[in-house]
Design a protein around this ligand. Structure first.
Ligand code: DC
Length: 243
């Protein structure tokens, strides 16, 4: 493997877009890669979740998914989303409050695809995400990072795994956190979100033409990390030789 680091940071920073289905493991892959190469990691899904939490708290969405779009769109300027790193963990901050635990609850998971389908919400968050990537040196994961947010990203990955594999992982994750749910509920949520994410009009989930597809159903985390790191090394290594 080529030596690609210089003082812990690569000379020519790039943008890495990692898209894929919910609970495909893309966040874990993105986070590990970012830590390994000294890049900033941004979980764009957390931003949609934070807007959803705001909407729930302000009664702008009902449990059955009816949204007061006008009020929500008028509130977008009041929704400040930041990320704070503590003990190597990235925490989502909504208007000054750490909401990392809150945004992972099923109540938010069940409503987030509805909020994420609203064009004004997407425009607002895409602009924020593009701002975060201005300096490059970033790994961002989501659904439309390689297609809409950073169509010129130098490295694009699309991660997939079967709905059952993803539901099993998500169920374990939630159970480990002590969040009460059933496998059936999680699987239904995964399938429903896949459908909503794929079929919404505004930047639906799809694999960018120039993305590398990875099905990680049968891959260990170490294998996934090595694969991404090899790709990164190849990409940045070839850009080195052009300089
Ligand atoms: O990755 P996640 O499950 O935390 O994402 C939460 C929701 O946000 C998901 O249902 C789809 C949506 N999302 C999106 O539409 N675009 C993104 N770039 C990231 C997430």
């Amino acid at each position: 493997m080529r030596e690609i680091k210089e003082n812990g940071m690569h000379k020519d920073k790039i943008i890495i877009a990692i898209d894929g289905y919910s609970s495909s493991g893309k966040s874990t892959m993105a986070r590990s890669l970012a830590a390994e190469i000294g890049y900033r990691y941004i979980d764009s899904g957390a931003m949609y979740r934070a807007v959803t939490l705001y909407a729930i708290r302000h009664n702008l969405i009902t449990p059955d998914g009816s949204v007061d779009k006008l009020s929500l769109n008028n509130s977008l300027n009041d929704i400040k989303i930041d990320f704070k790193v503590t003990d190597g963990k990235q925490l989502t901050v909504l208007n000054g409050e750490i909401v990392e635990g809150e945004i992972r609850r099923m109540e938010v998971s069940n409503l987030v695809s509805i909020i994420a389908a609203i064009p004004e919400v997407r425009h607002d968050l895409v602009a924020k995400q593009q701002e975060l990537g201005k300096e490059k040196g970033i790994v961002m994961d989501g659904r439309d990072i390689g297609t809409t947010v950073f169509p010129d990203a130098e490295m694009k990955i699309f991660v997939d795994a079967s709905p059952e594999t993803r539901a099993t992982r998500r169920y374990k994750e939630l159970s480990d956190k002590g969040i009460a749910t059933t496998y059936e509920e999680v699987l239904a949520n995964v399938v429903k979100r896949d459908h909503l994410d794929r079929t919404r009009e505004e930047s639906p989930l799809r694999c960018a033409d120039d993305a590398i597809k990875i099905d990680n159903s049968n891959m260990t985390p170490v294998e996934q990390n090595n694969l991404l790191l090899d790709l990164f090394n190849k990409l940045t290594g070839s850009s080195d030789s052009n300089n």
